[in-house]
Ligand binder design. Sequence first.
Ligand SMILES: Nc1ncnc2c1ncn2[C@@H]1O[C@H](COP(=O)(O)OP(=O)(O)O)[C@@H](O)[C@H]1O
Ligand SMILES: [Mg+2]
Length: 237
Amino acid sequence: MKKAMISALPDLGYAGSEAVNTVCSNLMFSGKNIKTIVVTSCEPNDGKTFTSMQMAFNMAKRGKKVLLVDADLRLSQMNARYGIELIGSGTGMTHFLSGQCALEEALYETNIPNTFLLPIGRAVQSPLSLIATTDFSDMIQTVRQSFDFVVVDAPPVGLVIDAAEIAKCCDGSILVVTYSDTHVRALREAKQQMERTGTPILGCILNKVPLERITSKKYKYGKYGYYAYSQQHEKHE
Ligand SMILES: Nc1ncnc2c1ncn2[C@@H]1O[C@H](COP(=O)(O)OP(=O)(O)O)[C@@H](O)[C@H]1O
Ligand SMILES: [Mg+2]
């Protein structure tokens, strides 16, 4: 298998690590059929990619074989922001979905133990023609069989329909919410859009909570606290 190096791993600090631990523990108890999870939010920069990566690493540390899927096919920042270097020809999902390579040639083993990556390949202007296809859902089903846990990092649901299309092929979705920035109305619309896919919303992650909001002294590390919760949403707005 091809290799990828992930070099810019953000340090979470104590509070952040504990919060990601809580999210992943909750996911482990979401049921054995919850293996493929799409992460989305209302807007760019809410922390979808950051959160997807942290969840992937945390699950991998627990001994799970994890695949991180970069599905922000228009505007992926994953490689640039997190120092990811693909060794070799750089083929990825768009190459596979357009018939230019086999799935094995789009998958990478990373330097983080148990963590694998499916990068975008080349950015495309109209990803829906690749995502809203049986090839895409077949691909998700195939990786679902080969990995214990698959995190799909999606574009924001408020701007384009891609995330909802991706969710249709996944077992569950997670919404990342930026503390004191995500608007309630936008969040409600995002929630409704994701609900229409028929795939359950597993919970929300409240991201970028300022440290002073986390009262306990033992949490005074790092730039942001990273508080998260996960809950079933059927009866909540
Ligand atoms: N909890 C956090 N703590 C520290 N930095 C964060 C956190 N969440 C996101 N960031 C930073 O915010 C920026 C946007 O995050 P990113 O995950 O790339 O957003 P998105 O994928 O939603 O567009 C990145 O520089 C990322 O490192
Ligand atoms: Mg992103």
